[in-house]
Design a protein around this ligand. Structure first.
Ligand code: APR
Length: 230
């Protein structure tokens, strides 16, 4: 029986792939207002602006590729049952070959009906943009399959169940400032080792001992691999 490694990733794991994080000094939220592009109110005020924001990001995703950290997590499936809970909307974990990936905040390469959050469609790579007037199968406008601020996070219940079964818990590249994702660490069973890879100091919402690897994701993964290589 393989041990279960549960991983929580954030924007920092994709930083070395050239995808901007949100809250670093060159982050997305320095250039855009959350209220404009990442809330349902913003979408209803100016849907075209929001669609174009995600259209650009989606087109740009083609230019980015998984880095060593994504690849190492995929490789670790040889040794562990690896479950990845990601806050990222990119598909770099999947492209690296990870087989169990749960997206908490949605997926850039999917769209959904504005009327039915369960009516989700994949966007084919040759026509990735969503335009005003593009309809879901129920006849309602398509919108990005993104969990915006103020919206519920439907996958959080499953994420909690995964975390509760962890034999090892690894956090990579997240400021842990956004809930409920940040609160997942509270569900790690007591006594289970927690590792945290991030070049900055990150504060956990629980008072528990953590193996901090203060490095960028690729270097941090190399160190993590040495630490768990028994
Ligand atoms: N390797 C690892 N970590 C890095 C790297 C790197 N090369 N570069 C930056 N980081 C770290 C930063 O130090 C920071 O702790 O990644 C983290 C990025 O934090 P945020 O920008 O806040 O991103 P994240 O935690 O994923 O944000 C959560 O907020 O806006 C929303 O929905 C969006 O999913 C996102 C959520």
């Amino acid at each position: 029986m393989k041990k279960r490694l549960v991983v929580l990733t954030g924007a920092g794991i994709s930083a070395e792939s050239g995808i901007r994080t949100f809250r670093d000094s060159d982050g997305m939220w320095e250039e855009y207002r959350v209220e404009d592009v990442a809330t349902p109110e913003g979408f209803f005020r100016d849907p075209e602006l929001v669609l174009n924001f995600y259209n650009r990001m989606r087109q740009d995703l083609k230019n980015h590729h998984p880095n060593f950290a994504h690849e190492a997590l995929a490789q670790l499936e040889n040794k562990y049952d690896v479950s990845i809970i990601t806050q990222n909307i990119d598909d770099l974990h999947e492209r690296a070959g990870s087989s169990e990936v749960l997206h908490l905040h949605g997926e850039l390469l999917k769209a959904r009906s504005i009327d039915d959050e369960n009516l989700v469609v994949s966007l084919p790579f040759d026509s990735l943009d969503i335009a005003l007037g593009d309809k879901a199968p129920d006849g309602a406008q398509l919108r990005p399959h993104i969990v915006w601020f103020g919206e519920p996070v439907p996958n959080i219940e499953l994420a909690i169940q995964w975390v509760q079964k962890a034999d090892l818990f690894l956090i990579i590249g997240t400021s842990l400032l956004v809930y409920p994702a940040a609160g997942l660490v509270r569900y790690v069973p007591s006594g289970i080792p927690i590792y945290l890879i991030d070049p900055k100091e990150v504060k956990l919402p629980v008072n528990t001992s953590v193996n901090v690897i203060q490095k960028v994701a690729s270097e941090g993964m190399r160190e993590f691999l040495k630490m768990v290589d028994d």
